[in-house]
Design a protein around this ligand. Structure first.
Ligand code: PMV
Length: 327
């Protein structure tokens, strides 16, 4: 039996503008995670059990673009390619233990505590955990870079034009200062700080909000490039404050970032209500996080106020909250 796991993630600053090359900051959220277990099986084929999404199926019965099936099929594909390439260049026997052309009989169990389509990186976490489990069970080692690149390809399959921030934070499980297409850059946290994450309970596909922002941008590139520049400046300033330990100054940056996300039309009455409630309850700042329209928001909190802010968010309609320390 093999098990593998990957954490959730939350974007602190810079969502949407990151698709247009501006920097964004995101951190792992280890309180939620996706876990994959692979066992040998007596029945023929690859059986997948993912009770959280009510999936109990044989791999062959799923469409090839199904989020889980696509990871398994593509893993098989790359393991074959590498095998062929290696056998051309390596001496005999060197590739014997690598991924096989045909899967053995397997049972794959997938569980996740990350809410789906809510900005916490659920899709990327399932992909990364599944890849790691397959790579280990089938003895086809992959580096973190390979896992990240593979997970990005899967994200592209399902999300249109993703920046790659989700797969990067989930794969490396580190705070990331992310610029699309550039080598991974982590940042250090000068003084740990607390954020409260609250879920609207509304699942909102990121693909749609990203497509809507693209329509706005296409209609008036000059205006939106200016807005994205402002968001990029906020993310840059935020990184500096986090590194120097001036985390209290992040509150105002969060508020400004939220206003710009509202301008991009990706907030919603529910998200705005939670942002307001958090500020009223004493949060230093608050904003939506991720694709928007639903999903999660974050509030920056003095550690001792986090529970009060969390209760205020529940009273204002949040379906769940997570208090987490960024460190
Ligand atoms: O909704 P999430 O957490 O997957 O975040 C999406 C972030 C966007 O910037 C809106 C899109 C992207 O690909 O970066």
């Amino acid at each position: 039996m093999t098990t593998a796991s990957a954490p959730g993630k939350i974007i602190l600053f810079g969502e949407h503008a990151v698709v247009y090359g501006r920097p964004a900051l995101a951190v792992p959220v280890t309180q939620v995670h996706a876990d994959v277990e692979i066992l040998g099986s007596d029945s023929t084929g690859v059986l997948i059990h993912a009770p959280g999404i009510n999936l109990h199926a044989d791999l062959n019965t799923l469409p090839s673009d199904h989020p889980v099936a696509s990871v398994i099929h593509n893993f098989l594909f790359i393991s074959r390619i590498s095998r062929a390439e290696r056998s051309r260049s390596d001496s005999e026997g060197a590739v014997e233990a690598r991924g096989e052309g045909k899967f053995p009989n397997l049972q794959i169990n997938i569980t996740s505590t990350i809410p789906v389509a809510s900005g916490l990186g659920s899709g990327a976490a399932v992909t990364v955990a599944l890849l790691r489990a397959l790579s280990s069970y089938l003895n086809y080692p992959m580096t973190e870079e390979e896992v990240n690149a593979f997970a990005y390809d899967i994200e592209k399959l399902h999300h249109g034009t993703p920046s790659g921030i989700d797969n990067t934070v989930v794969t490396y499980a580190k705070p990331v200062y992310f610029i699309k297409g550039q080598p991974i850059e982590t940042f250090k946290v000068g003084t740990p700080f607390t954020i409260v994450i609250a879920d609207t309970g509304i699942s909102a596909p990121t693909k749609e909000s990203v497509a809507d922002v693209r329509k706005l941008w296409e209609a008036d590139k000059m205006k939106w490039e200016g807005v994205f520049d402002e968001v990029g400046e906020i993310a840059r300033a935020a990184k500096e404050k986090i590194e120097t330990g001036d985390w209290r100054l992040l509150g105002e940056l969060m508020n400004r970032n939220h206003a710009l996300l509202q301008e991009m039309t990706v907030s919603s009455p529910e998200l705005d209500a939670l942002v307001e409630a958090a500020r009223k309850a004493g949060a230093t700042g608050a904003k939506l996080s991720g694709g928007g329209r639903g999903g999660n928001m974050i509030a920056l909190a003095e550690a001792e106020k986090a529970d009060d802010i969390s209760s205020a968010l529940m009273s204002a309609g949040a379906k769940n909250t997570i208090v987490t320390q960024v460190s």
